[in-house]
Design a binder for this molecule. Structure first.
Ligand code: BG6
Length: 487
């Protein structure tokens, strides 16, 4: 059995990390700053080298790559690129270009890096490349022999429908066995996902109520205030459902809804997550609202008649003993009133109502709820009803709140990408998605992809189209107030 996450060593074994797409946006914003943060936090291997690569047309020499990394870390990193920590990190960086059929510079750079580390370091490839380049990079790795015994981190999208997801998985598996594939969904690297596991499986308090007997509905809500931020080319071909729902929101749902795993290790966790996906009902387009913010069609690069959605709300059922009859309401979109990351579990009312229902307090049966706010640093709030002081028996809502920001020092926390790159170096797949899970989710999505409802307009800064109320009924869309102490 694989090592469980409690018992494994805290630092990875020696590594050569190879960044494909080293000159691209993701490397600049997340990967280079993230790797430097891990180095500063003492979480990189004792001995490591980082090799950047890109097609020859975008090639840099070692010095230029180091300057590129310094700039990226200065702009996007939490730690400034200075002092001995930076010098050590910088000296680990080198560059080797690669195109299909012309891989010599990369092979040399990887060989040299390996020799500098000494012994037999692990090799980890991070494929931060656009989908069109993906299969050729995989082929390139297979043809050079660099892939042998190596691990690979793969970025979304993992296909755009069932057929393309299968084709992609087949292309990956032609070169890498599944146990060496790390598909990144950065939502699974957020602290709150681990905390959902801790909350559920380390406490006697919550797990007993985590089922259809006590929970009436679950809402997973990720409204974003940002619009598409000039990413028309990406967004037009993708849309919110593929960008956010079939990836991030469904993955979260897997963790919220899973059965207790046999152990806290990758196979058990992922087996349970995939079981949830298998129990999900195929999406019914009648339970889905697609929205598009007013003005989207006028954005540069957007088709003036575009049918791409910038908002999705949907209801999905999970047909298993734990969740039968409990709707899971999911909502996310761009240019909305507020940016939040929240999972809310609405609890059923007591069997007998003894107290007069105060609409303000109970908010249509919303008296009891458990709110997991997973925007870093994250918080957890239990909401219940209490009696208001005074002669009358009046109920009011009260909160018990736990905030990560006010309870723990934030310097120990890792940002999602940092956390996931570290997990990949440790060889732990617990927080990475598996090929059968991905394919099942596209299967669940198929009815919607085949017959999507028309997009409904909504105003920027609103909460999305009016039509979303109907799919939540008899429940409501409801975003709990931020926990006290959070910014
Ligand atoms: C990305 C999507 O995967 O996640 C973006 O492509 C989205 O469209 C982003 O804005 C949200 O991530 P986070 O961590 O800021 O909630």
């Amino acid at each position: 059995m694989a090592e469980s996450r409690q018992s494994r060593p805290p630092r990875p074994a020696d590594h050569v990390v190879v960044l494909f797409g080293a000159t691209g946006d993701l490397a600049r914003r997340k990967l280079l700053p993230g790797l430097f943060h891990l180095a500063k936090a003492g979480l990189m291997p004792d001995r490591y080298r980082i090799v950047g690569t890109a097609p020859a047309a975008e090639a840099l020499d070692d010095e230029a790559f180091r300057a590129h990394a310094r700039k990226a870390v200065a702009e996007f990193g939490r730690s400034k690129p200075e002092g001995p920590a930076w010098q050590e990190f910088e000296s680990s960086l080198s560059f080797g270009a690669a195109d299909e059929g012309a891989t010599e510079p990369l092979e040399t750079a990887v060989r040299t890096a390996g020799q500098a580390v000494g012994g037999s370091p692990h090799r980890l490839f991070h494929l931060a490349v656009p989908p069109v380049a993906f299969t050729s990079v995989i082929r390139l790795l297979g043809s050079t022999g660099l892939a042998e015994d190596a691990r690979v981190i793969v970025e979304k999208p993992f296909g755009t429908d069932l057929a393309s997801a299968r084709a992609l998985n087949a292309a990956i598996h032609a070169v890498f066995d599944e146990d060496r594939v790390f598909r990144i969904d950065h939502f699974l690297g957020k602290e709150a996902v681990d905390n959902i596991l801790a909350l559920r499986f380390a406490n006697g308090l919550f797990e007993p109520i985590w089922n259809r007997e006590h929970i009436s509905h679950v809402q997973i809500d990720v409204p974003e205030q940002i619009d598409i931020q000039g990413r028309a080319h990406f967004f037009e071909g993708t849309g919110t459902f593929r960008d956010m729902v079939v990836t991030h929101l469904f993955q979260l749902l897997g963790f919220v809804a899973m059965e207790p795993p046999v152990a806290l290790e990758a196979q058990s966790l992922r087996d349970e997550q995939v079981k949830v996906f298998r129990s999900m009902r195929p999406l019914d387009p009648a339970h889905v609202v697609r929205g598009q913010y007013t003005g989207y069609r006028a954005e540069p690069g957007v088709d003036p008649a575009s049918d791409t959605e910038t908002f999705v709300a949907l209801r999905v059922g999970i047909d298993n003993w734990r969740w039968a009859g409990v709707p899971f309401q999911l909502r996310t979109g761009k240019a909305l009133a507020e940016g939040r990351h929240v999972v809310t579990l609405g609890l059923r009312e007591p069997a007998l109502r003894m107290f007069p229902l105060d609409a303000r307090a109970a908010g249509e049966g919303r008296g009891n709820e458990l709110v997991i706010d997973f925007a870093d640093p994250g918080s957890l709030t239990t909401r219940f009803l209490v009696k208001e002081p005074g002669p009358a028996m009046r109920l009011e809502c009260a909160d018990m709140a736990f905030g990560y920001g006010t309870s723990f020092a934030s310097e120990n926390s890792l940002e999602a990408y940092e956390h996931l790159i570290l997990e990949a170096m440790l060889g732990d797949q617990s927080l990475f998605t598996r090929s059968d899970g991905i394919e099942r989710l596209w299967e669940v999505a198929s009815p919607l992809l085949e017959a999507p409802p028309p997009v409904e307009p909504y105003a920027k800064g609103s909460w999305g189209p009016e039509g979303i109320r109907a799919i939540a009924a008899p429940h409501r869309w409801h975003l709990p107030a931020r926990a006290a102490g959070r910014s």
